[in-house]
Design a protein around this ligand. Sequence first.
Ligand code: HEM
Length: 215
Amino acid sequence: MTLETSQSQETHMHPLLPLSDRLRADTRTTHEGVDQAIMAGDPFKNIEKYGLYLQIQYGLHRDVEPLYTSSALIGAQGDFPVIKDRGRLDAVIQDAADLGVTLSRYATPPLSENIDLAQALGWLYVVEGSNLGAAFLLKYAKQIGLSETHGARHLAEPPEGRAPYWRTFKDALNGVTLGADDDARACEAARTAFNRVRALVRCHFDEASQGERGA
Ligand code: HEM
């Protein structure tokens, strides 16, 4: 597994598709399931429901936060600076504070910043990609009085715009050369990330209990 700017096509499972497209294709069904599960919880009905949705976001962003400062991604081993300062954990925490939502304490630890590169890319694909769907979610959030400066900070558009940032991110992702095994593990990590969200949805939307969470 190496970080290089040119893409070696030979070792890829589907050589004609860049990694971002393979991740997309590989997680399409899982993503749809997550979208539906979240929307079934009616998260933009009122602030109380939105608070549950924030708990889900908190769980996800808490898990991935170490990757944004991972030297494997940002520092010595390669050039993947695009994610520097893009982590949205602080925004989620501030959103919760805006609304007086007490965030859950999860039993599982966050990801290690030493997670291997292929897995890190799979997780980051999922979290950074969620910023695209956030355009829709922000519109709904505004209907219940939230905004990029109150309660919905984590849904804000990146300074350069959602689509341009996503293109930059995907270019960086696709610029990483992975071997066939790494490729498969990136896809598996992306599915794991979506499944983590599903588990968080079950935990918060499907269970009435509050306090310490087992998720
Ligand atoms: C934590 C929850 C979520 C995660 C992790 C997530 C993840 C992602 C990812 C990875 C992408 C990029 C797909 C690609 O083009 O490669 C994406 C796009 C998108 N998501 Fe989600 N998503 C989430 C929740 C939602 C919800 C609740 C909705 C609304 C029903 C939604 C709607 C969309 C839409 C419409 C796009 C495509 C936007 C575009 O192409 O302009 N997502 N999301």
